[in-house]
Design a protein around this ligand. Structure first.
Ligand code: ZN
Length: 118
């Protein structure tokens, strides 16, 4: 993890060059997350996305504490659910069956949370 000062500097850089800022914040979060999806361990770099744990549309902040790495399919399942805890980093998975099992379990957990929020 970086110190708060580094993020302050990055915030200043963001004002100057927003595209560079996005690349930098994604890079540091990817490192925190072992370059894989927090749910299923997918590690194809083209599939990985920066997710806001608490969606910005629900008042979540655009700060490192609110970022996690998900793959596209897991991010689609989570969508705009709010009140979910930040998912801890895991190790990359090369086992497709494990990934499918993780997707199914995550989908069920998300559906249950959605039902609670109705
Ligand atoms: Zn995933």
């Amino acid at each position: 993890m970086y110190s708060k000062d580094v993020y302050e500097l990055a915030h200043q850089a963001r004002a100057k060059n927003s595209k560079k800022w996005v690349a930098e914040k994604f890079r540091s979060t990817l490192e925190d997350y072992n370059h894989c999806c927090a749910v299923c361990g997918e590690h194809n770099p083209f599939a990985l996305q920066l997710d806001h744990v608490e969606p910005t549309s629900k008042g979540g902040e655009d700060t490192p504490e609110n970022w996690q790495v998900l793959c596209g399919p897991c991010n689609n399942v989570k969508n705009n659910i709010h009140g979910m805890a930040r998912i801890p980093a895991r190790q990359p998975s090369t086992n497709d069956q494990d990934k499918v099992a993780a997707h199914v379990a995550f989908r069920i957990a998300c559906q249950a949370l959605r039902e609670e929020q109705k």
